[in-house]
Design a protein. Structure first.
Length: 426
């Protein structure tokens, strides 16, 4: 069942739910390390990355299991954990580096594998290391692991100490790691150039419900007054704006009238602005966020440049490039955040798309229709974009390596099918 098979079925219609945000729930699960007891998370999607993070926590002695309802996750943290997540699990998901901050804050030491076993070098983990060093942690690299311990002490007990942390780049995971570490640090921590994503605010809300004292989340300056202890709580995960975006773009491609009932327009202003400029009508109705497109009117090309939130998210880019492939005119897409995120372009070209890439730019000249072809999903968002491309491609499109999509989407084929799409797993 590692393939999507897609064929065009005309305009989409109906209502769908995006579910909880992958980029939030993984950090919330890590935050459960900060307090002993039974934590309950609701609106948790059934996706592969949640399962992997559950295994990472389980390997350290934390009990993670589904609750009374399908979207409930119960995380029970013991008084003592083993702060050494295994390489084979960490290697599957880089986001698991966010256990570093909570482990140092509560246990004073941690050994976390670096995927690939290299030294720090230019890897993004370097930012996490520098930030935590300013709070009293010391690091060494040995046998492919990051070995960390808290050198500063309070009353003879190892404890991180609040400080001013200036992030070189407004990294989402970097902000999350420092935020969790600072919650139990002695004194006040100020995070400058912090990431502003809604998922960071969701983590801050969860930590505050646990007894933390955090202000400024959602801005570039976050202040954390450390406390001596936190307690378990219950928290509902915010909707996944990237999944919401997928259904909005699907309606733009195939046409029709689609409502995403848990869509939050305040989380995705820039995407909505670009979709409206292309000819997709986006409104907030009582039933949810609504996307409508009359197929008698063509899509119009726009230019897009990725930027940190609240700018245009890099994860929206494969979806937008796919939409541009069938729009009138030429659109220029510029990647300002990550190098080499155009691998899926070759797959779209196999489907008849007219795309030229040069460095961190892609020039997309719209064609009247794509053509079904065998293609491959290289990552979660690119895979979803190829599924959407199949909605407007003549014939049958087969997307292999569908497991990448399962990392961030729960039942994508079933949800699209509920809107009238011809999408199956095979």
């Amino acid at each position: 069942m590692d393939r999507f098979v897609v064929s065009p079925a005309g305009p989409l219609s109906g209502t769908v739910r995006a579910g909880g945000a992958k980029n939030s729930v993984l950090k919330l699960m890590a935050a459960c390390l900060l307090a002993e007891g039974r934590h309950v998370l609701t609106n948790v999607p059934r996706i592969a990355d949640v399962e992997i993070m559950g295994e990472v926590l389980g390997a350290m002695g934390v009990d993670v299991r589904r609750g009374r309802t399908p979207d409930e996750l119960v995380v029970t943290t013991p008084a003592e954990v083993t702060p050494e997540p295994p390489y084979d699990l960490v290697e599957k998901m880089r986001a698991s580096v966010v256990v570093l901050g909570p482990l140092l804050a509560r246990h004073g030491w941690a050994t976390v594998p670096m995927p690939g076993g290299d030294d720090f070098g230019p890897r993004p983990i370097e930012m996490h290391v520098h930030a935590l060093e300013t709070m009293g942690a010391v690091f060494a690299s040995s046998h492919g692991n990051v070995e960390a311990r808290v050198e500063s002490t309070v009353g003879g007990v190892p404890r991180l100490v609040g400080n001013r942390v200036v992030l070189e780049y407004p990294s989402h995971t970097g902000t999350d790691n420092v935020l969790m570490a600072a919650a139990l640090a002695k004194g006040t921590t100020v995070i400058e150039n912090a990431a502003r994503e809604p998922e960071v605010s969701d983590l801050a809300d969860f930590l505050n419900a646990m007894g933390a004292r955090i202000t400024g989340a959602g801005t570039s300056r976050i202040e954390v007054e450390g406390v001596d202890a936190l307690h378990p709580t219950t928290h509902a995960v915010i909707p996944d704006r990237l999944v919401v975006a997928t259904f909005l773009v699907a309606a733009g491609l195939a046409g029709g009238d689609v409502v995403v009932e848990d869509g939050r327009p305040d989380h995705m202003d820039m995407l909505i602005r670009k979709l409206a400029a292309m000819g997709v009508e986006i409104t907030m109705d009582p039933d949810g966020l609504r996307a409508r497109r009359d197929l008698s009117f063509p899509l119009h090309s726009v230019d897009v440049a990725t930027l940190p939130y609240p700018g245009f998210a890099t994860d929206y880019k494969p979806l937008m490039v796919t939409l541009l492939t069938v729009a009138d005119g030429v659109g220029i897409v510029t990647e300002n955040l990550f190098f080499g995120r155009f691998r899926y372009v070759e797959e779209l070209r196999r489907m008849g798309a007219d795309i030229r890439t040069e460095g961190h730019h892609a020039v997309v000249r719209g064609v009247e229709r794509l053509s079904g072809a065998p293609v491959r999903a290289f990552d979660v968002r690119a895979g979803a974009a190829l599924v959407l491309a199949g909605l407007v491609a003549d014939g049958e499109t087969v997307i292999t390596d569908a497991h990448h999509v399962d990392r961030g989407y729960e039942n994508l084929d079933g949800k699209l099918a509920s809107l009238g799409a011809h999408v199956v797993r095979a």
